[in-house]
Design a protein. Structure first.
Length: 320
């Protein structure tokens, strides 16, 4: 077996079916690759879907992962059960191009190449939402587990993904940085294309997304230099300014310092308005989206700072 495609999933059989159909269309010898679906929910509907797709021309191995430990743990279960010399990763909400496998494996002709990352395309509507634009940021990512290939031996040496990353956030950057630390080459192969459609998000989903800042702290603890060079060169000072201005407004008013309270309140208001308009730039101004931006923009800085502090405490790192 030359290559194993590992697909982590969690209770999304409809999306998974679309991904499997794309893998079935690969212009690659069927006898040279296998598909391993690692189900982080151990979901019966997903298991039945995998069983229904078995045929002499296409087969997928179903690996149930009990406990809902996140995509990093699911990917580890998948590649450890795989038989391929190379491991290809994509996600259940992605659609690999028919030439994805062939293109992604080509750079490994160079024995110094330890991993390959392909081109991820995020189609956007004419008038995207803030959520759409955030998802489109995947196109600019250096290394994505939605579209990457690794030598199995190298994955084994590294121990795979760090399962401390229990959400779908920064576990791919952590693996990328550890691959770079091996001294081998991590190359980009633009011909290995995966389409990543934007999933519709619930209203106010950006509030829940702030919890991901927790894992920024973990990544920073493990790779401080690479984090500052490749992820975020400085902390989000505008968030801290909003939080400090808001608390100063309240405390100054409580102490009767009306001038200081007014100044701090003005700073809070101006920075919050600027943040809101920045989120609205190049997005739809439909009424529901406009209301969502107006409601969530004052809240996001507080939640982001809160989760960054939680990450600093949880992972014992000085992180701002």
């Amino acid at each position: 077996m030359l290559v194993s495609v590992v697909v982590p999933t969690f209770r999304r059989p409809d999306l998974l079916q679309r991904c499997l159909a794309a893998l079935h269309r690969q212009q690659f010898p069927q006898c040279e690759f296998e598909v391993v679906v690692a189900d982080d929910a151990a979901d019966e509907a997903t298991r039945q879907l995998i069983e229904s797709r078995q045929s002499p021309f296409f087969s997928a191995c179903y690996i149930p992962v009990n406990g809902h430990h996140g995509p990093a743990a699911a990917r580890n279960a998948g590649w450890r059960a795989a038989r391929g010399q190379f491991i290809a990763f994509t996600d259940d909400d992605c659609i690999p191009d028919s030439g994805w496998l062939s293109a992604g494996l080509q750079p490994f002709a160079d024995p110094t190449v330890v991993a390959v990352t392909g081109q991820t395309i995020v189609p956007l509507p004419r008038f995207p939402t803030d959520h759409d634009l955030n998802t489109a940021g995947l196109e600019r990512s250096e290394f994505l587990t939605a579209n990457c290939f690794c030598r199995r031996a190298v994955l084994a040496d590294l121990g795979g993904f760090d399962e401390q990353f229990t959400s779908a956030w920064r576990e791919d950057s952590d693996l990328h940085f550890r691959l770079l630390d091996t001294g081998g080459k991590v190359v980009r192969q633009c011909a290995a294309v995966v389409v990543h459609p934007v999933r519709q998000a619930a209203w106010g989903n950006c509030i829940h997304e702030q919890r991901k800042s927790l894992f920024d702290a973990l990544l920073f603890r493990k790779h401080p230099r690479r984090f500052r060079q490749r992820i975020r060169p400085r902390c989000p000072w505008n968030y801290y300014l909003v939080v400090m201005a808001a608390f100063t407004t309240i405390f100054a008013a409580a102490l009767g310092a009306s001038v200081a309270s007014a100044v701090a309140g003005t700073i809070w208001l101006l920075v919050t308005i600027q943040f809101c308009f920045r989120r609205l730039k190049n997005t739809t101004w439909s009424f529901p989206h406009l209301v969502e931006m107006l409601v969530t923009s004052p809240v996001i800085p507080f939640l982001s700072v809160y989760w960054r502090i939680c990450g600093a405490i949880r992972f014992r790192v000085l992180f701002w």
